[in-house]
Design a binder for this molecule. Sequence first.
Ligand code: BTN
Length: 260
Amino acid sequence: MVVSELFQATKRLQTDLTWLTEAKFFEKTDSTQKRIAQFLPKTGEGAVLVLAEEQTKGVGRENRPWSSPVGGIWFTLALPMTGKDLGRMVSFSVLSAYLIVNSLKEIYNLKAEVKWPNDVMHEGKKLAGTLCTTTKKFKKDWFLIGVGINVNNALPGDLAATATTLKEIRGQAQGRTRLIESVLDAFWNAWSEYDRTGFGPFHASVEAVLSGKGKAIEIKAGETVYFGEVVGIDPEGALVIKSPNGTQSIRAGEIVGQPA
Ligand code: BTN
């Protein structure tokens, strides 16, 4: 019998990551972001992980479908909001993408970039994305970090031009356990310190790997559209752009297409 790599990984995470209170693995589920709700404890404490080999209804930002066939990394980590200021947590979304970039650098020496607010890009193609949401269970608030990393999975035809996988980049199938563990640990460390540190200590490092600097972009934020040149990121994690109207910090929104 072939035991799935991710089944083994989940067992290993439970021993290696002492801060993880619960880790569940599914060969197939609709979406880890939804599935996790049933495992959130009454205490509102701890850290819960749901990992899947395949998602049948993966969701991305703006409720877009997220292609998640066998072979990728698809998980949601739930962290307690106790004592946390949600306003401050907005920047955690940018940070989550940065922490993935950092793990990719450490493990593979890969030069990936953060496309604000939460995409991980490699040579202009999307390699990973994060989805940060909140939920309530037993009157306790949780922060959910959904992570999708294209590793050995096939990409649907319509994504081939704009997305990539680790397998494609490195020329052969890749193990996933080390990357999952590294990203999870980075999330936990940042989360534990965030009340004290905020985004500040990460600011320069995130800006250093920000994609599109100096390039013209269009950002959609609800009904509002901004045009400008990417300058950087401010100390709160907002995107700074320069337009004919001056310099602006954009706190929420989405860059349309690739920077020109
Ligand atoms: C994006 O770039 O739009 C964010 C993609 C986030 C996808 C992950 S895969 C694991 C978790 N479960 C989901 O349904 N979505 C997130």
